[in-house]
Design a protein around this ligand. Structure first.
Ligand SMILES: [Zn+2]
Length: 284
């Protein structure tokens, strides 16, 4: 680490040690787990248009295309494991430094690392819900049914996106069969918020509540491009809550940040361990 970075990390370490921190994480936190961030500096430009709620519900072919791609993408997302960044956040929570964890990610990796009470703004790909009867179900179960319904489906994904979508030509869709709700035969949808869909109001107000009660809002791996995440930074700045951002590349939160750390999360986060310092001091 160069001198400037060491200085930034030391400052952040001090603020983290004061406690009352709310973490707001984005795709950049999960890139080290093999889930690409298509907006980040290393992410390749995404070819697919992200699925919108209107297209998903209104167009059976688009739905079939979505599930075929998502079925392939799940092999990556479903197998992804938390990285040092997720583990650092879980550790801070265990040490009582966090007031809350809010994530824009749908990969469940915070919880896989041991974090609790995570506000999943955009839902979680591991859950499925029925648009007709509302029955919730597990993605693993749906994947078993999709595999059984498509024994000849051998398409291979070119690239996986952070939302579990992959790039696949329509020719690869040949013979792919979508399965429906076991309870009512209705349309199944992953329990994630699509473009064109609003984040459920109770989740948003819970997140605003956390920010209002925070001593610091710590943004990890988000370019804050979409308002869905950026509004929490705006709110924090307005309420006089300190804002720190650790992100690789440009973020739209910069004008509101008290501290910006432009460095790989995998380098910065494991070095933020105020408790460890205390422990080290006490044990000598
Ligand atoms: Zn149903």
């Amino acid at each position: 680490m160069d001198f400037e970075l060491v200085e930034q990390v030391t400052r952040l370490d001090g603020w983290l040690g004061e406690g009352g921190v709310v973490v707001l994480s984005g795709a950049g936190l999960s890139t080290d787990s093999g889930i690409p961030d298509y907006r980040g500096p290393s992410g390749s430009a995404r070819r697919n248009t992200p699925m919108t709620y209107q297209t998903f519900t209104g167009d059976p072919l688009a739905r079939r295309r979505y599930w075929a791609r998502s079925h392939l993408g799940w092999r990556t997302i479903g197998l992804a494991r938390p990285n040092d960044g997720h583990r650092a956040v879980a550790r801070w929570q265990e040490w009582g430094l966090l007031h809350g964890v809010i994530t824009q990610n749908v990969d469940g990796l915070h919880q896989a690392a041991g974090a609790r009470d995570v506000v999943e703004l955009h839902g979680n790909l591991a859950r499925v819900t029925c648009l007709d009867c509302g029955a919730p179900s597990a993605r693993e179960e749906l994947e078993r049914r999709l595999t059984a319904a498509n024994p000849g489906f051998t398409a291979v994904a070119a690239a996986v996106n952070a939302d579990g979508d992959v790039e696949l030509d329509d020719a690869g869709l040949d013979g792919f069969t979508v399965v429906d709700c076991l309870a009512c035969g209705g349309t199944l949808k992953p329990d994630v918020v699509y473009f064109g869909e609003t984040v459920p109001a109770d989740r948003v107000s819970r997140a605003f509540e956390l920010v209002a009660g925070a001593r610091m809002l710590l943004v990890l791996g988000s370019s804050l491009t979409v308002l869905s995440g950026r509004r929490f930074v705006l709110r924090a700045a307005k309420q006089g809550v300190r804002v720190a951002i650790v992100n690789r590349g440009v973020t739209r939160g910069e004008p509101y940040a008290d501290l910006m750390v432009d460095a790989p999360l995998g380098v910065v986060l494991p070095n933020l361990a105020p408790e460890t310092d205390t422990y080290r001091l006490l044990s000598h």
